[in-house]
Design a binder for this molecule. Structure first.
Ligand SMILES: [Zn+2]
Length: 278
């Protein structure tokens, strides 16, 4: 199962890809690759696509690719005020999206909102394989929200709650970790074996991929990089640090600084437009 999963993952991330490239990257013999890939093709997960003309002589072999519409997934982003929900294909292309306000931050109420969105979005596709939920906070075991300040949660087993409500295999993770993985597999980081992600928003997030693997440690999701000192003469953050990342790089810090400099109210979108025009 492990080797078969590796083949599927290689094609998911790098496909369409030739059999010789897969064999080289996974250190498999041509015979082993055929043995592993045939059941994946027969199950409808992988497909042989038309080769691209590369001008080389020899027996033509058709590259392998995945069939994106063979599986569907639900993705949820949970903030302090709302849930943003999407249903995607296997390559994380968004097919439908929906959102719902949170009237209560009680875990049971939030789980019920997520389950209702899951049910509504599932109606658009033949079946759903699994669900992923991204949350601003510290998450362990891909299930338990140890701390989520925006929601006021500690030690909430959101994974089990949602699996019981929806019957779907569910993965909960820190939202920046989830975003970094999605950039790694499907976005700007695709094909790069090391890169960093920095997110600016209500807070500051940081994700890192090294040797083609995301770096996760006990501090991931605590938001420590948000208080990284950047400017010894900068403004104070709410925790009292002078010139930390949070004090100068959040959406509100940027729009406040630009508004002060121009002597009129400037929101974040206009600040970005002004920056790109400068
Ligand atoms: Zn700070």
């Amino acid at each position: 199962m492990g080797a078969s999963r590796s083949v599927a993952l290689e094609v998911l991330i790098n496909g369409p890809i030739s059999r010789s490239d897969i064999a080289r990257r996974l250190d498999l013999s041509p015979g082993s690759l055929t043995r592993l890939s045939t059941p994946l093709i027969e199950s409808g997960l992988l497909v042989e696509v038309e080769e691209r003309a590369d001008g080389r002589a020899g027996r033509p072999t058709k590259p392998l690719d995945i069939v994106p519409e063979s599986q569907h997934f639900l993705g949820m982003k949970l903030t302090g005020d709302e849930v943003l929900a999407v249903v995607t294909d296997l390559r994380a292309n968004i097919l439908y999206s929906q959102s719902a306000r949170l009237d209560s931050r009680e875990p049971e109420a939030v789980a019920a909102v997520i389950a209702r969105l899951a049910e509504q979005l599932s109606e658009h596709v033949p079946s759903v394989t699994a669900m992923g939920v991204g949350i601003g906070g510290l998450v362990t075991e891909h299930a338990i929200v140890r701390s989520a300040p925006f929601l006021g949660w500690t030690d909430v087993d959101l994974g089990s709650m949602l699996e019981n409500l929806t019957g779907l295999p569910t993965v909960i993770d820190n939202d920046v970790v989830a975003f970094t993985e999605s950039e790694h597999w499907f976005g700007a980081g695709r094909g790069a074996d090391r890169f960093a992600v920095i997110t600016l928003g209500v807070g500051i997030g940081y994700g890192l991929v090294v040797h083609d693997d995301i770096v996760i440690d006990g501090d991931s999701g605590l938001g420590l990089v948000g208080h990284w000192p950047l400017d010894p003469f900068g403004p104070l953050c709410p925790a009292g640090h002078r010139g930390c990342a949070r004090s100068v790089l959040t959406i509100s810090a940027i729009s406040q600084a630009v508004s002060a400099a121009l002597g009129r109210p400037v929101d974040y979108d206009e600040a970005l437009t002004l920056a790109s025009d400068a």
